[in-house]
Unconditional design. Structure first.
Length: 255
């Protein structure tokens, strides 16, 4: 199987439909960056203003996709990359946004009171409420927030999680989801599977949100999320090769 490589920023466009009428619940942007030798590591999911230039293109495009494939009722979760030639569909799912619903408190704060799950229920049992739901969230979004994906630049068996306690103490902290606990083996984060958790941050003050996100990123870079029984750290070599080389400091054969 072959798939075209789409160069550009990736977005999420969530809708709920009833009898072919599509209402936009949220537009999100993926924050993906290079890390640990991998080109596309998830760093976060950020809300996008519904009246932004990107959203003004993405929303009608996604609705045309829904019409083209014949989805008339229920929640949908679309992913689209904005290329130099315009938006291009990655996937369309006939379901609500995933992630175990961790995004719901963030979405509720952004819209001022509703989420895709709420409106999906309305679309089936309360037609009047669906009708009065805004066509798109009314701009501007009502809070500052994002879902921060946690990136590990070290590997080893976890002895303690002091960074998690610090994240929970942040002013903008709302929710954390992670499978990491003492005794768990953590690997370098190179994809969504090796992501070590996610923290939902929401605050009325964008500067507080920005400071809290920076605090988390500093902990990641300084390997302060975890205490390890054994520790491996990624670092770049000074190789003259065109390729970046990475070494695992707890593997003697590479030192």
């Amino acid at each position: 199987m072959c798939q075209e490589f789409l160069r550009g920023k990736e977005y999420i466009v969530d809708h709920v439909s009833r009898d072919g009428i599509h209402k936009t619940m949220m537009v999100w942007g993926y924050d993906k960056r290079p890390a640990n030798g991998s080109a596309f590591v998830y760093y976060g999911i950020l809300p996008v203003e519904p009246d932004s230039p990107e959203a003004r293109i993405l929303i009608p495009y996604t609705r045309r996709v829904l019409d083209a494939i014949g989805i008339k009722n229920g929640p949908t979760h679309g992913e689209v990359i904005m290329t130099a030639d315009g938006p291009c569909l990655v996937e369309m799912n006939c379901r609500a946004n995933g992630g175990d619903g961790a995004w719901q408190p963030l979405a509720r704060a952004m819209t001022g009171g509703y989420t895709q799950v709420d409106v999906a229920v309305d679309s089936y049992v309360d037609g009047r409420q669906f009708t009065i739901t805004p066509d798109v969230p009314r701009p501007p979004l009502k809070a500052a927030g994002q879902e921060v994906k946690l990136v590990s630049f070290a590997r080893g068996r976890v002895k303690a999680t002091p960074g998690f306690d610090k994240i929970r103490s942040l002013q903008s902290f709302v929710y954390m989801e992670t499978g990491v606990a003492p005794g768990i083996q953590v690997e370098y984060t190179i994809d969504l599977v090796t992501c070590v958790g996610g923290a939902v941050l929401v605050h009325s003050d964008p500067e507080i949100l920005e400071a809290d996100v920076k605090c988390i990123r500093d902990m990641e870079k300084n390997n302060e999320l975890f205490e390890f029984e054994e520790l491996g750290v990624m670092f770049k070599s000074n190789s003259k090769s065109d390729f970046t080389q990475y070494y695992d400091t707890d593997r003697a054969d590479q030192l």
